[in-house]
Design a protein around this ligand. Structure first.
Ligand code: NAD
Ligand code: GLY
Length: 364
């Protein structure tokens, strides 16, 4: 089968706008790296799993442009999305005398992308960076839109900045080495775009999920492109999450509580989001917004995506405590992304009693 042709989605943010390029073979040659700023040094930030797989190929693509190419491997995993990893980047850049023209390349999943983006936002008050996402989750969500962060023991993604990359290069071929569990985690963020913005896309996922599981590149390319189009549409209107952008966090309020409550890395981010979407859909139903049939439809798809639909037994009090730390909370009041109708989301507070009903039905 022929590889899908290169797709481009643009993020419209004026002079901070950029392209997301999606296709096979992007790391096979320098073509997709043309037009990036010249500098003495390019620093590839990756991790101990992705580095051995792809860092040399990326370095080969950059060879003609940057006289010096550094490769920095961070420890792998969500548990390392922290100050220590961020400091490893600063130590490396400062130790090598990297100036403010240095271009960072984030090669990896969302963890590497989020940390590297935050390093780029803050090193010498800001240096350019490029996202080269290698997980499905990163290709459909985290590499796009400029949210960068590290975790704090008291809450996920609590320390960070909005800082846009120069370009996003999503090479579909990197997904060949991704485990099924990580593919499932990415599917959670793909599925999310259906309920919040595009009911027809939800139908497309239902029809094409088996092709995605078979890693059909054409199906994957469409899933990534449509996800990026929806994210680009949202981010272009509300880059700094003053309103609309919060809908991208459907399922995340419950999901982040699961991640933080169990300790980062125990459940994957996408697993928390998958289960969190079931909980948030049920909350929407209990608030009288959608019917049980829609909750059942979404739950069936999340099960087919091999994601958990039952949360851990943290206890309702602990869930509520963790959710009050969520960035969407205002004055201690938790605000949830709810589904108002298939393909349409909004933000709402919810009475604790109703949230407890949801947790009683779906956790423990
Ligand atoms: P991850 O970065 O931990 O990657 C998952 C695992 O797959 C890791 O072990 C990684 O080393 C490995 N891996 C990566 N690419 C691989 C490949 N091609 N082949 C084999 N193994 C590979 O996790 P993730 O799911 O990519 O990202 C989750 C993170 O993204 C979370 O920290 C979450 O908060 C963040 N996130 C950020 C945004 C945003 O807008 N910035 C959006 C969604 C999620
Ligand atoms: N993943 C949520 C956002 O980018 O806003």
């Amino acid at each position: 089968m022929n590889p899908p042709s290169l797709q481009t989605v643009s993020i419209d943010l004026g002079d901070r706008g950029y392209d997301i390029r999606i296709g096979s073979g992007l790391l096979d040659g320098p073509a997709q790296f043309e037009g990036l700023p010249k500098a003495a040094t390019a620093a590839i930030v990756t991790n101990s799993v992705v580095g051995p797989l792809y860092a040399q190929r990326l370095a080969a693509c950059l060879k003609g442009v940057y006289p010096s190419i550094r490769i920095l491997e961070l420890p792998d995993g969500e548990a390392h999305k922290d100050w220590a990893s961020l400091n490893l980047i600063f130590d490396d850049l400062l130790g090598a005398g990297c100036d403010r023209k240095t271009v960072l390349f984030a090669l990896g999943g969302g963890v590497v992308g989020d940390i590297t983006g935050f390093a780029a936002a803050s090193y010498m008050r800001g240096i350019p960076f490029v996202q080269v996402p290698t997980t499905l989750l990163a290709q459909v969500d985290s590499s796009v839109g400029g949210k960068t962060a590290i975790n704090h023991p008291l809450g996920k993604n609590m320390i960070g900045a909005f800082y846009q990359p120069l370009r996003v290069l999503a090479d579909l071929d990197t997904l060949d080495t991704l485990s099924d569990r990580e593919l499932a985690a990415g599917l959670a963020e793909v599925i999310k775009y259906g309920p919040i913005a595009d009911d027809a896309f939800l139908g497309w996922i239902e029809t094409n999920l088996d092709a995605i599981w078979a890693r059909d590149k054409t199906a994957l390319a469409y899933a990534i492109k449509r996800s990026c189009e929806i994210k680009a549409w949202v981010v272009s209107q509300d880059e700094r999450e003053n309103g609309l952008r919060a809908i991208l966090n459907f399922g995340h309020t419950f999901g982040h509580a699961i991640e933080a409550g169990l300790g980062y890395g125990e459940w994957l981010h996408g697993e928390g989001v998958g289960c969190g979407m079931v909980m948030a859909a049920d909350l929407s139903r209990r608030l009288g917004l959608i019917d049980q049939a829609y909750v059942d439809r979404l739950t069936r798809l999340i099960v087919r995506a091999r994601l958990p639909v039952r949360g851990p037994a943290l206890g309702a009090d602990r869930y509520l405590e963790l959710m009050r730390v969520d960035k969407k909370a205002e004055g201690g009041e938790i605000r949830f992304v709810v589904i108002e109708a298939p393909g349409r989301a909004a933000m709402r507070p919810a009475p604790d009693a109703v949230v407890r009903e949801v947790l009683a039905a779906h956790a423990g």
